[in-house]
Design a protein around this ligand. Sequence first.
Ligand SMILES: Cc1cc2nc3c(=O)[nH]c(=O)nc-3n(C[C@H](O)[C@H](O)[C@H](O)COP(=O)(O)O)c2cc1C
Length: 202
Amino acid sequence: MTLPPPVDLGAPLPSPVPSAELVNRLAVRRSAPAQGLTAPGPDAAQMAEILTLAARSPDHGKMTPWRFVVMGPQSRAEIADRLRTMAVQKGLPSKAQAVLAKLVASPVCVLVVSTAAPGAKPVWEQELSAGAVCMNLEHAASAFGFASSWITDWYSYDVDALPLFGVTEGEKVAGFIHLGTPAEPLLERDRPDVAALTSTLP
Ligand SMILES: Cc1cc2nc3c(=O)[nH]c(=O)nc-3n(C[C@H](O)[C@H](O)[C@H](O)COP(=O)(O)O)c2cc1C
């Protein structure tokens, strides 16, 4: 699927009209287990469109405090080999090696890197923007018919692991967003009691 040609992206938009299709899609939104994501994943053209949609995210001060690394299976397999060795050297629990199955399985993975730094807007707001990009990326992938899984795991926080992904000092992993086709139907999980989490002011 390719997107319809944009009418005029710079033109003022009227108020959005209700979309039952979008409501229904959001109502059943759920993640796929990353280790169960198989081919097909987005091809290069679809990936470019998905990233364009993901980048259309709130960004206070237009700082663009994030960047993408699109990772195919080969790079992730090579990095996972090195992470396996690292996990042993660091004496991490065996689970640290087991979770690498989630890193390598999907056909395509987008690493969203937060590049937030002190500047015109608070770092926290810049990091929130990176989170919004991750979520929009998942929604955009869904619009193209792909399932997704947002993964961090230990290597997202390990100073020795981060350089393997090209994450430099001062940057943070917002998420590894794995994209593909689920091997099994996606199960629902318990959802929060929204009313209990919501207070209302007049
Ligand atoms: C910032 C962030 C990091 C996450 N990291 C992991 C992870 O490392 N491993 C994992 O299994 N799930 C992780 N998740 C959770 C899943 O992506 C997923 O959201 C969760 O299982 C809830 O399911 P749902 O998306 O269907 O609501 C993370 C979610 C967020 C927002």
